[in-house]
Design a protein around this ligand. Sequence first.
Ligand SMILES: [Zn+2]
Length: 351
Amino acid sequence: MLSAALFILAAASIHAESPKASDLDIKVRRLSPHVAVVGAGPWENSYVAIATQKGIVVIDSGFSKTIASAVRETIRGEFKRSEFAFLINSHEHSDHTFGNSAYSDVPIVGSDLMRTAILRMKADPASVAERFRIPEQSLARSRQDLLKDPKRANSPQVAQGERFWKTVQADYTAGVEFVPPAITFDRRMTLNLGDVSVHLFNFGHWHSDADTIISIPEEHIVRLGAILYAGHLPVVKNPYGPQEALTGVMMDHWIAILNEVLAQADEKTQFISCHGWTVMSKAQCAPQVAYLDKLWSEVRRAKAAGKTVQQAKETLTRARLFPDLAGLANEGLAVPNIHEHNIDALWSAAP
Ligand SMILES: [Zn+2]
């Protein structure tokens, strides 16, 4: 009798701590028999899971421990397997790493920059105070939206969003355990998982302090992170990235990595961002990389020829140099004129 009562109590408390995936707007999309993308929360984070001969590999954990546990549980249910081989962190932002402790039994893999970034947060949580305010700010915004449009109160998405942020907020109040990667690499690393290989490329500072591109050629998958977007031109000197000066070394490094990743891809490859379901093809990504490459060399050439930045802007127009990118918007990531912004940024980096 007593043990039955204890069991019920334990079950009730587990339930209270572990909201169901459906309560948190967690959804799954299969990209192939071995690859699933788990979409979670109002930011539409996409967590990628690859079922391999040597266990499941997951890319990114989640906003917080409870969210990451629900994502992990969803992946386990989707593949009907519970051996997790690795968790990979693609960049250090809270929505990708603050749930790492849900994988404390699994080796975490990340770049040296990633390990440094997480250890920095651990040593000085105040440095990410802004990140801890996200749930509270999102809840406040959602309430304001409801005041403007009370009919939205009946929308299941609004209720799921509220539950999601309240869950994250409760986790943050309880305290985030910052778990750095235990397996690290400097430039490149390949994880051999039997039937598939997972290639990690340290991209460095673009959207964050520790951007990593992950390519799984056998499954025709590239997790591109927040580097290229389907709808607009790539933004050099990403406004959400580190604020240091752009250098030529950085530009050459980014272009070289993107070309290496493209070389591993083929027409079947699906490039997945870290948010949303949108999948890009090689035919969409390659011209964007060619754009970066060509604009960088043209800007250097113009500067070396003694032109002014204004003259460069007049000659290096999209219409003249990049007619095949006409379908991409010139505005995005809070940058109103991306092409001009890019020329200014590259000009400052050119010798
Ligand atoms: Zn991010």
